[in-house]
Design a protein around this ligand. Structure first.
Ligand SMILES: [Zn+2]
Length: 104
């Protein structure tokens, strides 16, 4: 599994850094992703760094935007069928797809 690139911090936009923490009381290492600017951090009991990176990279706004895609697709196709301009909806749909890195 490829490790996804870490997105910037959702709070301040700072760079995220991956580290492995060693705890005295627990011989198991814990992986952490932490913002270099504000200190926001994520530690999770996951089996791979890629899973932790996926958790760090997940944004609630992405889920909301993803939920809007079917409605925007329906609107743009309705407008197209009616021969009406749908530049606002088409532009919004394209910006959402670009943001999410998804194909049109
Ligand atoms: Zn931050």
């Amino acid at each position: 599994m490829n490790t996804p690139a870490l997105r910037t911090c959702p709070c301040c936009g700072g760079p995220a850094e991956h580290s492995v923490l060693l705890r005295q009381a627990d011989p198991a290492a814990v992986e952490q992703i932490k913002c270099a600017w504000c200190g926001l951090s994520l530690q999770a009991d996951v089996s791979t760094h890629a899973e932790l990176a996926d958790l760090w990279n997940t944004r609630v706004t992405d889920t909301l935007l993803r939920d809007a895609i079917p409605s925007l697709r329906m609107l743009t196709s309705l407008f197209r069928e009616q021969g009406l301009p749908a530049s606002t909806e088409t532009g919004l749909l394209q910006r959402i797809l670009d943001h999410l890195g998804e194909a049109p």
